[in-house]
Design a protein around this ligand. Structure first.
Ligand SMILES: Cc1cc2nc3c(=O)[nH]c(=O)nc-3n(C[C@H](O)[C@H](O)[C@H](O)COP(=O)(O)OP(=O)(O)OC[C@H]3O[C@@H](n4cnc5c(N)ncnc54)[C@H](O)[C@@H]3O)c2cc1C
Length: 453
């Protein structure tokens, strides 16, 4: 019987296990390695807070590529008051994933080992999966489902030297757990993406009342989803974006959105229609073009593409109107710890000027989002693969280079033996690779590739 090691037990790891088990008919044993207590949740779905909602409608959140209705049917069978158009609490989605994992485990298809994988050297037959708890076992194939890295740390100083302090939360998904936050605390969120939005909702829920400041280089907050099921009014051929430079593509999309709105439609239908071609657009760009996109256009794309539930967008809009929330265009350089309070050093990008300024807060939360460059995560597993030239970080530091089946590329561009990857690590070749609909599709292809290998 073949053994497959799946390293990482977030959604990607579970999706890989589910899809392999459905193809394998008992011909292989899977071992899923993650030091978390529960499998499938990862950073996104282990929240227990009811205000944290999925940012994708339930109808698109099935864990199974060939059963797109699976999650909605599960909700119905468990009598949850949600339908396919709803934005369900992430904790409910977590319960769904836990149940799927328990079914796999009960059927004897997978075991969970609570540890971290620190190395996987090549052996004559497979890879020696080496764990932090001292265990070693040989697997015929290994899947890296390591997810996202921690956010890039913001420089914190005291008396001129580097320092740490609980008043600067460097990773909100790890650091916010048991914090006591005074209702009057002056809080800054660095970054204006969906992590910042989650933090605002949680601060509301725990009784924080003082104004919150978002510091963000572009000052743009994610848009909300529109009404469900709206079809495009103006006929559109999204494949025409393939081959356009990033700036030309942006112009094309802007014009298409304008035409749609002028015809009485919703610009979101244009953005959503691009999903099937996004990977081809990305693949056609040179490294320099991708660099231009990342530097100048990514935020514009992200705020329109990664949208929040309408109820949340309404709440954030209200907060902005009444001054509970303000957004400043500013680049944060460092934070100085003072006896009382924090001094945040920034360059402000106001419409008229660009000037250095210092702002005072009591608490700062780093909401800049995941760090994508695996070479900077300090993970011994990744570092070992890079040192032995078995893996390659792309030129833009977005992840690891892979072929179309998710097999890792070595430093010399050769394809690794029995070493696969899925999820956020595959950004360099796929770009759209972080959300459930894309990950479950990758898991399905990956299962075929592993079982054929
Ligand atoms: C807050 C948040 C909300 C989101 N909401 C949505 C949503 O509503 N809809 C949607 O489609 N997508 C959403 N996403 C996108 C999300 O990234 C994916 O849906 C998915 O959860 C990614 O799962 P993953 O397993 O790849 O990564 P992760 O969830 O990061 O899991 C990776 C796991 O691998 C483990 N690991 C890493 N290295 C090792 C090692 N060496 N040994 C052992 N274990 C290791 C980690 O500890 C972690 O448990 C959200 C993301 C976030 C952060």
């Amino acid at each position: 019987m073949r053994t497959i090691a799946i390293i990482g037990g977030g959604f990607s790891g579970l999706a890989a296990a589910l899809h392999v088990s459905r193809r394998a008919n008992g011909i292989c044993r899977m071992v899923l390695i993650d030091d978390a207590e529960r499998v499938g949740l990862g950073v996104a779905y282990r929240t227990t807070r009811p205000e944290h909602l999925l940012n994708v409608r339930a109808a698109r959140m099935s864990a199974l590529h060939h059963e797109p209705d699976h999650f909605v049917q599960w909700l119905r069978a468990r009598k949850y008051p949600f339908g396919g158009d709803d934005f369900v609490p992430r904790a409910v989605f977590g319960a769904y994933l836990t149940e799927l994992y328990e079914e796999l485990r009960a059927a004897g298809h997978v075991d969970h080992v609570r540890s971290r994988c620190i190395a996987l050297p090549q052996r004559e037959r497979g890879r020696a999966i080496t764990l932090a708890n001292g265990e070693v076992f040989v697997a015929d194939a290994a899947v890296l489902a390591l997810g996202n890295g921690p956010p890039t740390e913001i420089l914190v100083t005291k008396n001129g030297g580097p320092a740490t302090d609980g008043r600067v939360v460097q990773d909100p998904w790890r650091g916010m757990g048991r914090m006591h936050i005074s209702p009057d605390a002056r809080i800054a969120l660095i970054g204006a993406g969906l992590t910042a939005v989650d933090m605002v909702l949680t601060l509301d829920a725990i009784g924080h009342r003082a104004p919150i400041t978002i510091l963000s280089r572009r000052g743009m907050i994610a848009c909300g989803h529109g009404a469900p099921g709206r079809a495009a009014v103006v006929p559109l051929d999204p494949s025409r974006v393939i081959g356009l430079s990033p700036r030309m593509a942006t112009r094309w999309i802007r014009r298409a959105c304008q035409a749609e709105v002028e015809a009485g439609g919703d610009w979101r239908t244009v953005i959503d229609s691009l999903r099937p071609v996004t990977q081809s657009v990305w693949a056609a760009w040179t490294i320099a073009e991708r660099g231009v996109f990342l530097c100048h256009l990514r935020t514009l794309w992200d705020v329109h593409r990664h949208r929040m539930a309408p109820s949340i967008a309404e709440r954030i809009g209200h907060h902005l109107k009444v001054g509970r929330l303000r957004v400043l265009r500013a680049r944060v350089h460092s934070i100085e710890l003072l006896e009382r309070g924090l001094c945040v050093r920034t360059t402000r990008h106001d419409p008229e000027s660009c000037e250095d300024s210092s702002l005072s807060f009591d608490l700062v939360i780093n909401c800049t989002g995941p760090g994508t460059n695996p070479g900077r995560w300090g993970d011994p597993l990744i570092n070992g693969l890079l040192d032995r030239a078995e893996a390659r970080v792309d030129a833009l530091g977005l992840g690891l280079e892979t072929d179309q089946h998710g097999r890792l590329h070595g430093e010399d561009h050769s394809v690794s033996r029995g070493l696969f990857s899925l999820g956020p690590l595959r950004r360099p070749s796929l770009w759209e690779t972080i959300a459930v609909p894309e990950i479950r599709e990758q898991a399905s292809f990956l299962a075929d590739a592993i079982l054929k290998a």
